[in-house]
Write a protein that binds this ligand. Structure first.
Ligand code: TYM
Length: 334
């Protein structure tokens, strides 16, 4: 079977972008017998952005519950929390020592932070943690530890997968063929879900629609999606319309074609938003009910996560790290 791995950073409440870009396609793929799935909660990554312990913990619970509510079957899928596998930070160090610093300088998130500093005539690295700089190496360790072949992610993460390939290749070249080189798998039509303001939906832009917002809040948020000022009856552009893009991520091809016609015929924004709300609500409502029940039982989720990590360490992480330690010369003196 092909090994598929993906993670979500536990830095906030799961949102529709996580759902259409990661959770929904990953859970659908995990039902295929030809696929071996690894889904995890990237809580070590969360510390880069969030230094509020209660928020990291709450987010871990919410994202775990979201995966389960969306149909992840913990019997079939390897489901775990990054920080329960100490081999991940250990491998991060081995990869750090082969990772090119110049490559890390070019990582989008780090570069964007440097550019912001420059724009404000600050020191390049002012306020930037070494954790942010090392983000791609930790992510490479997540992927390479389990020799994942396919990594389903949104378009924003492609560069990170390419870096994982680079570090893996460098390591293989120096120490022998230990790592499989991963490929990114992008769902083309949902490449990047826009948020309320039309930019990429992201915790950092504060423009998200929480995946399990209660019905009334979901409706309110959908009605707050930015639109232009065209009046009812005036044709609307689908190009660049956040409303249309979000609709498309939830609708069938026929429904999308019908919405496209409605735009051309000048549907009122309020009517288009009502249609979007109803389409999302139909899909999310049954998942929301399950989610609420799961969040109310953190101990059940905690047990599943621990069992998931224990099993993975035994079957893969611990023996593989022993192999890598030997390969680099961290071997017993016998
Ligand atoms: P994160 O937590 O930012 O996002 C989790 C997943 O959701 C996708 N996503 C989106 N997809 C479409 N439209 C959007 N607006 C949107 N926002 C988020 C992301 O592409 C991602 O698939 N670095 C990763 C977490 C991670 C990881 C890994 C992923 C850590 N280690 C190893 C894969 C493999 C991240 O911060 O994702």
């Amino acid at each position: 079977p092909v090994r598929v791995l993906t993670g979500i950073t536990t830095s906030g409440t799961p949102h529709l972008g996580n759902y259409v870009g990661a959770i929904r396609p990953a859970v659908a793929a995990s039902r295929d017998a030809a696929v071996e799935s690894y889904f995890f909660l990237a809580d070590l990554h969360a510390l880069i952005k969030v230094q509020e312990p209660a928020r990291v913990q709450r987010s871990t619970l919410e994202i775990a519950a979201a995966w389960l509510a969306c149909g992840l079957d913990p019997q079939r899928v390897r489901f775990y929390r990054q920080s329960d596998i100490p081999e991940i930070p250990e491998l991060t160090w081995l990869l750090t020592c082969v990772a090119g610093k110049g490559l890390l300088n070019r990582a989008h998130a780090y570069k964007a932070a440097v550019d912001r500093n420059r724009a404000e005539a600050e020191d390049d690295d002012a306020g930037i943690s070494a954790g942010l700089f090392m983000y791609p190496v930790l992510m490479a360790a997540d992927i390479l530890l389990f020799n994942a072949e396919r990594v389903p992610v949104g378009r924003d993460q492609i560069q990170h997968i390419e870096m994982a390939r680079d570090f893996g290749q460098r390591f293989n070249h120096l120490y022998g063929e230990h790592f499989t080189l991963p490929e990114a798998a992008i769902e083309e039509h949902v490449a990047t879900l826009p948020g309320l303001d039309g930019r990429k939906m992201s915790k950092s832009y504060d423009n998200v629609i929480p995946l399990f917002a209660p019905r009334e809040q979901l409706c309110k948020l959908v009605f707050s999606i930015v639109t232009d000022s065209r009046a009812p009856g005036e044709p609307k552009d689908t190009e660049g319309s956040a409303l249309f893009e979000i609709y498309r991520a939830f609708a069938s091809a026929d429904e999308t074609a019908a919405m496209r016609r409605a735009f051309a015929e000048g549907i009122a924004w309020g009517d288009a938003k009502q249609r979007l709300f109803e389409r999302v609500e139909v899909e999310i409502a049954p998942l929301r009910a399950r989610y609420e029940a799961l969040v109310a039982e953190p101990q059940v989720i905690e047990r599943q996560l621990r069992e998931g990590a224990a099993r993975l360490r035994e079957e893969r992480a611990t023996p593989f790290l022993a192999q890598l330690r030997r390969a680099v010369g961290l071997a017993p003196l016998d």
